[in-house]
Design a protein around this ligand. Sequence first.
Ligand code: COA
Length: 181
Amino acid sequence: MASGTGKVEPSEITIEKLDDKHDISSFQSYEKELVDFLVEDALNNQRQKLSVTFLWFYDNKLASYVTLLNDKINLEGDLKAFFREKDIHYKSLPALKIGRLCVHDNFQRRGLGKLMVLFAITQANEICERRSGCRFITLDAKRNEKRELDSIHFYKKLGFKILKERRKGTTPMYLDLKAPQ
Ligand SMILES: CC(C)(COP(=O)(O)OP(=O)(O)OC[C@H]1O[C@@H](n2cnc3c(N)ncnc32)[C@H](O)[C@@H]1OP(=O)(O)O)[C@@H](O)C(=O)NCCC(=O)NCCS
């Protein structure tokens, strides 16, 4: 199917793990830091085993990417109380982190952001089923002063909660994979 403006169907997407054969120079986003990460750091971080980046192609064009890594949440406050009630007394619990997630400016609002979050959730559930424990998805959401609705709103809409309120910089958020979505 040719590029359009409607919602992108999962069957129209090809997902590839980043490698040195990919041409990522055409990727554009209003969040320049996320372009810089993809172009300058993503492959090197992958080689250093710090993260894995997945490129999403639509109609043979690089439409978005998502970077994943392992993480943990330190249990404090309400979250600590929540798990104490369940007789879970660990100081921290395992998580999969969305390190970076970005949709090319030409493909905004077509469902790719949401599909990439669902992809991360699927990865985390597969890790749990087959490899090791993973209770949460975590991320640091970017605040964008120039936009009325920034990525914090986007993630809240998908069920994420704020871990710690911060006035400046990024806001840590999480999704409990066992909570009803
Ligand atoms: C934020 C971002 C990932 C959203 O991706 P997208 O593909 O445009 O969003 P989707 O089309 O999947 O939208 C999913 C839902 O969130 C809503 N949404 C999208 N962007 C939103 C935003 N900025 N604020 C609030 N809601 C938003 C959509 O209306 C949609 O709701 P619906 O399912 O009820 O229709 C994308 O704008 C982006 O890459 N921004 C720059 C990089 C960035 O901020 N990344 C996050 C860094 S942590």
